[in-house]
Design a protein around this ligand. Structure first.
Ligand SMILES: Nc1ncnc2c1ncn2[C@@H]1O[C@H](COP(=O)(O)OP(=O)(O)OP(=O)(O)O)[C@@H](O)[C@H]1O
Ligand SMILES: [Mg+2]
Length: 478
């Protein structure tokens, strides 16, 4: 069956640019939606994992700091319990002096807020002197530069108005947190980039495979029954689908071929006895003993036999043309000349039936083809126009379009509804309104077989009103 569509050149311009068309089609596809969903799930998972890692590592550092501070505080509390305030001051002084690194901060003050021991000179500016956990900025001088570093610790009130601060410089922890944040941010960006690329690749691959199935089905519907969906060799679902479709097409092709062979064999086998029958009838017609009534009957029988022979001949011609057995009769042809000689042949009958035949040709529209076959195709189209249009003008046009040679026959009759424009090319298909006119439904099948033999295409279109049949072939360079 043929997809006989009129291939109109797409309107070019920004909105019709191939890239934009491709992008629009991509957004509409299921594959891209699937890829977007995949990316969303992927992004949420990556974000979840990264947040968890960040939270765990940040929490670990906080716990470490807290544990260190707790150990310090427990040690100091023990000293205070055993040796009272002077013991505490001593141990704080010792710890402040002794190599515990820069990280620990100690301060013991008297009821007036004067420092008694510790490694900072006084209460940091923003500290509200109240018992409990606190965080503050610690002023430190390093290499001659003074800087504020974050610190976190605990303040204790000691009976008698004394106070103790035990804290820790947490700038390393903050730096570590910052580093983790930066690393995770980069890791996240890379993962999202990979996800996006993966999604795009996945959807493109899927789209490509679907496209392959689409293109093959279109070609099969256009009549190329031997076309098959290409396999990737990966045995994935798409390959299985393609293999199943191909098996289905094999079966359809086998059935179609068998059916065609039966019809062609019947036509072939019946043609000879039918010709013999006709010869005998012819002889009987000339028998002097036959009376007028018998002669009339025999003449009618001969007409019937002729009609059958025409049908069989048409069937056999189509079968031969479709079998692909090429005869080497192709030669460079001027389509305008083919059109004019057909018009000359049909002039008397068109006039007789009250039609006007208009021929419009461009010079130098040449193709390689077989003259008698193209004339036969044109004759079939003119026959149809005469049979179905009822009257008016029949136009034959020959011109070049987009480097192709075009031969058109257009009438102003009832035309063919869009839904039937494919099926009328099948054998024996006649539309309902034409049932009363003589015919076999083989004319357009023959036209299509002839056009295909010339590697051309045939399309039916609305002539508003009427039918416009366009035959298109590869043009020879002018
Ligand atoms: N110019 C036309 N206008 C309207 N209908 C048409 C026209 N040409 C063809 N058709 C429809 O398409 C059908 C198939 O045409 P086709 O030429 O294959 O067969 P046919 O004319 O019926 O018989 P045959 O050509 O074998 O004598 C016709 O029966 C008719 O219904
Ligand atoms: Mg016909």
């Amino acid at each position: 069956m043929a997809v006989e569509k009129l291939h109109l050149a797409p309107a070019r311009g920004w909105s019709g640019s191939p890239l934009l068309v491709h992008a629009r089609r991509l957004v509409r596809t299921h594959a891209i939606r699937l890829a977007a969903l995949y990316f969303l799930v992927f992004a949420i998972s990556v974000l979840g994992v990264l947040l968890f890692v960040y939270w765990t590592s940040a929490n670990f550092v906080v716990q470490q700091t807290e544990a260190t501070l707790d150990a310090e505080i427990a040690g100091l509390a023990e000293q205070y319990a055993q040796r009272g305030l002077s013991g505490l001051i001593q141990i704080v002084a010792a710890r402040s002096a002794g190599g515990r690194g820069d990280a620990m901060v100690y301060l013991v003050t008297d009821p007036n807020g004067r420092p008694l021991a510790g490694n900072i000179s006084g209460w940091p500016a923003e500290v509200v002197v109240r018992s409990g956990w606190l965080s503050f900025g610690l002023e430190r001088t390093r290499n001659g530069h003074s800087e504020i570093r974050p610190a976190w610790g605990r303040l204790f009130a000691i009976p008698g108005g004394y106070r103790l601060l035990v804290a820790r410089d947490i700038s390393d922890a903050a730096a570590f947190r910052g580093q983790v944040r930066a690393t995770l941010l980069w890791a996240g960006l890379v993962a999202l980039g990979v996800g996006l690329a993966g999604g795009t690749l996945m959807s493109r691959n899927m789209l490509r495979r679907v496209e392959q199935v689409n293109r093959t089905s279109e070609r099969v519907m256009a009549g190329n029954l031997s076309d098959r969906v290409p396999l990737n060799g990966t045995s994935d679902e798409f390959d299985q689908l393609a293999a199943n479709l191909n098996r289905m097409l094999d079966q359809i092709e086998r059935l179609m071929t068998a059916m065609r062979e039966v019809t062609d064999d019947v036509a072939h086998d019946l043609k000879t006895p039918l010709s013999r029958l006709r010869t005998r009838l012819e002889r009987a017609l000339h028998d002097p003993s036959a009376d007028p009534y018998q002669r009339e009957t025999i003449r009618a029988a001969i007409d019937e036999a002729d009609r059958l022979l025409t049908t069989f001949n048409a069937l056999l011609s189509i079968a031969e043309l479709e079998s692909g057995a090429r005869r080497e009769g192709a030669e460079p042809l001027d389509l305008a000349e083919v059109a004019r000689s057909a018009a000359e042949l049909y002039e008397p009958v068109t006039e007789e039936k009250g039609f006007v035949l208009a021929v419009k040709t461009e010079p130098g529209v040449e193709i390689r083809g077989e003259r008698h076959l193209l004339s036969q195709a044109l004759a079939n189209l003119l026959d149809n126009a005469l049979k179905y249009a009822g009257g008016g003008t029949i136009e034959i046009a020959v011109f070049r379009r987009d480097g192709q040679a075009v031969l058109e026959v257009a009438d102003h009759g009832p035309g063919i509804p869009e839904a039937d424009r494919q099926t009328v090319f099948d054998r024996f298909v006649r539309l309902e309104p034409s049932r009363t006119t003589p015919g076999n439904g083989l004319g357009l099948s023959l036209v299509r077989a002839i056009v295909r033999r010339h590697d051309g295409s045939v399309t039916l279109a609305d002539n508003r009103p009427g039918l416009r049949v366009r035959l298109q072939f590869a043009a020879l360079a002018s």
